[in-house]
Each structure stands twice: as C-alpha cells, then as structure tokens.
Design a protein around this ligand. Structure first.
Ligand code: SF4
Length: 290
C-alpha cells in the first residue's frame, strides 16, 4: 500500500496555498460588478492579488488556516486506524512546515498544542467505506471568522417571522447573512441544511462546501431557493469584507434532511472568500489532486 503521509502533506499544502479554480473564478467575476475605485473593488483586487501571491510562493492564503476537516471515502481493505494515523502525522508535519498555523487551543487551559492535534475531534475526520476501488480524501480548511457567524435556527422563529416552510428557510438564511455583516469575510458562500437534528444539520451544511460551485441541485424548489437567497443576500449591500458593495454571497447550496415531527432546524454554515477545499484520489499507486 502506498505511503499516504507525503501525499497528504501535499493535499494540505495545496488546500492552504492555492484556491480551487472555480472559487477563484467566482471571486474574479465580482470585479466587473463593483465600481472602480470603490472599497469593494479594491478589496476584491487585494483578495485576488493575495491568492495569486500565495499560490506562487506556496504560502497560506490567509493567516488563519482554519479547522482541517477531512472526509475519507475508503475502499474495503483500508483500516481506519492507519488512515487516521497518516492524516494526523501529515497534519503535524504540515504544521511544522508552516502550511498550517498552530490552531488547536485547549478551551480550559488556553494552551496551544502547537501541532494542530488535539483531542479526537481536532482535526475533524469523517470516515465512510465507499464500495469503490479508489481512496478519496477531501480536505476543507474552515476559517474561524466564518465559522463564528454560522447559525442554527429552530423554526418557527417569531423574531425573524419565519415559519416551518421554505420561506422560513429563506428568512433564516438572510438573517444569518445580515447578522454576519463583514465578519464572515465576505464575499462568502452558504451551506444550508434544512431539517435533521442539531448535529447532523451542521455536519450536512458543511459537507455542502465540498460541492463544486456549479453543482446543480436536483430538487427544483431547492434550486430556486438557492438562487433567490444568493440574489437577496447580495441586495443587503454588505459587500466584500463588509465595506459595502454588490457581492456578499457568491453561491448558496441547500440540502434537506429528514427531521423529527417536533423539530425544524435550519442550519446555515458560512464559508469565507478563502474557500479552501481540495480532493486527493488514490488509485493503486496513482495519486491525483483536484
Ligand atoms: S474567516 Fe476566512 S478569510 Fe477571514 S480570517 Fe478566517 S480564514 Fe481568513
């Protein structure tokens, strides 16, 4: 079996230093709609310059390299214990190489582990046996600022006039964006889970960030809602980094989870402009990145 540690370090390096092309293109597209010379336009120019420098110099796109969230789809024959060891070792070595900032702080002692390793929850690793013959590892680096502005609503919610229907979902999503203002480092991206419980809602809403930006929602009602939320979020005028402007949310993804009759959660996860996601695929000895 191939030694996974060096390729995993490369996965981390790529994720931290090089924005996915669809994300960079989405950021690039905003330039045309912001007024030349405006704070919004200058902010987007700086963001794009920063992304280009980070890729060229192989340094992190942002000083906050975020929570590493790994999703591992593995074929039969792989042992989770060995995969976990390879991931943790790669995270530690990538931190030592400064592709990741030391981000794991104990909440009671305040001590930073220095390695990005903490209890069993840091980094986050999700495992799933796939039934395929390829090993696929996705990595999402989720920044703290945008994580802070994620919100979960329990509908009905009278404070935002949101009932238990898709219009209530829309109101919850727009409230989350409005409350975030520029603190999520806009322009951002939304992952919204309707239903589930509190835990599955956050998990599913973040998993949506693994989707490409041009992914099509197969549910026409949800596809229409995604478009409408993005449109209306951009009418709030928050703009890049909260400086005002036309580009606040560049894409909304929505998924629906079965829920208990008693509960109707809407979970809104926010991804900042530093939308770092990468995929590593292992087929036999061949390793590719996307
Ligand atoms: S929210 Fe994103 S862009 Fe803002 S500081 Fe954190 S990682 Fe960087």
């Amino acid at each position: 079996m191939v030694d996974l540690i060096p390729p995993l370090i490369e996965l981390i390096r790529l994720s931290s230093t090089s924005l996915p092309l669809d994300v960079e293109q989405a950021l690039q597209n905003t330039l045309h709609s912001e007024h030349p010379g405006s704070p919004a336009r200058r902010t987007m120019e700086l963001i794009l310059e920063n992304a280009a420098v980070a890729r060229r110099k192989s340094v992190p796109i942002c000083q906050d390299t975020g929570t590493p969230i790994f999703t591992v789809q593995y074929p039969a024959g792989y042992a989770q214990k060995e995969l976990r060891f390879a991931i943790l070792t790669a995270v530690e070595q990538a931190t030592a190489s400064a592709f990741l900032r030391s981000n794991a702080v104990h909440p009671v002692t305040g001590i930073n582990s220095g390695s990005n390793l903490g209890d069993p929850w840091f980094p986050t690793i999700h495992f799933e046996e796939s039934g395929e013959d390829t090993l696929v590892i996705d990595l999402l680096l989720k920044g703290g600022g945008c994580e802070n502005v994620g919100r979960q609503y329990s509908l009905p919610d009278e404070t935002i006039f949101a009932g238990r229907d898709l219009d209530g979902v829309r109101k919850a999503a727009l409230d989350a964006v409005f409350q975030a203002q520029g603190m999520g480092c806009a322009p951002g991206f939304l992952g919204i889970a309707i239903g589930g419980d509190r835990g599955s809602g956050y998990l599913a809403s973040k998993q949506l960030f693994l989707e490409p930006l041009d992914a099509h929602n197969p549910d026409p009602a949800l596809a229409a809602l995604e478009e409408r939320i993005t449109l209306e979020a951009n009418q709030l005028g928050i703009g890049p980094m909260g400086f005002g402007g036309k580009n606040t949310i560049l894409k909304t993804h929505i998924t629906a989870l079965h829920r208990l009759p008693a509960s109707y959660f809407v979970t809104v996860s926010y991804m900042c402009w530093a939308y770092r996601r990468r995929r590593m695929t292992v087929r036999g000895e061949a390793i590719t990145y996307a």
